[in-house]
Ligand binder design. Structure first.
Ligand code: SF4
Ligand code: SF4
Ligand code: SF4
Length: 205
């Protein structure tokens, strides 16, 4: 091998090593930012949970509308340890709608039909208000619009439904577009290793 060919060989080898090192470093940065940049909703700050005169006049839908994903990474979840399993759930039924022949509101609240109602035990048709139901969120339909969250609180609901950023769906954007729009700064960084969702239950759990 001539001197010039040898020099060329070593120059190319050096460039390859540099490129490999740069790619590796970039990968580390990406992995590190992934580890650091999880976002979470503080449920106590979300305006849709607020009660009474301080509560909102209309539902805040920014979680559904401003996420960079076409189907928001924010979904509703029902904490079953808090749920009353009510026969007439104000998050499931549109309680303003006319009452049907079965004595129940004729329309559902969720615009995406994302809430599943399942009876617990045997249904007594002669005593409908003493029947109990499990309410599950279909996470493949829910877009986090917040309507059910707003309705599931006093006087008719117990506040068991809340909005959550789904860690498995969220892109962990450096600047979360929802965080920038949220009127209550409810979206905040939550550390490198957020706790798994619990006791969140969905129709696909
Ligand atoms: S943007 Fe903020 S206030 Fe609005 S629904 Fe989301 S968390 Fe709640
Ligand atoms: S947040 Fe909206 S889309 Fe999701 S279950 Fe509640 S009402 Fe339906
Ligand atoms: S960080 Fe990005 S993907 Fe995650 S909730 Fe915010 S806007 Fe959506």
């Amino acid at each position: 091998m001539s001197d010039s060919t040898r020099r060329e060989f070593f120059e190319r080898a050096g460039q390859a090593v540099c490129l490999t090192t740069l790619v590796g470093a970039a990968g580390l940065v990406v992995r590190r930012s992934w580890a650091l940049d999880a976002w979470a909703i503080d449920p106590n700050r979300c305006v849709n949970i607020r009660l009474g005169v301080n509560g909102p006049q209309s539902v805040c839908q920014k979680c559904a509308e401003t996420c960079v994903l076409s189907l928001s990474a924010v979904r509703a979840v029902n904490d079953h340890s808090q749920c009353g399993r009510c026969c007439i759930c104000p998050a499931y039924f549109d309680v303003q709608s006319t009452v049907g022949p079965d004595g129940l509101p004729s329309k559902k609240l969720c615009p995406r039909d994302a809430i599943v109602r399942q009876p617990i035990g045997e249904v007594d048709p002669y005593d409908p208000l003493n029947n109990y139901y499990e309410y599950l969120i279909d996470e493949e339909k829910c877009n986090g619009c917040g309507r059910c969250v707003m309705e599931c609180k006093d006087p008719a609901g117990l506040g068991s439904i809340r909005l959550e950023v789904r860690y498995d769906l969220c892109l962990r954007c450096n600047r979360c577009s929802i965080a920038e729009e949220c009127p209550e700064t409810a979206l905040q960084r939550c550390g490198a290793d957020p706790q798994p969702r619990s006791p969140l239950v969905s129709a696909h759990a």
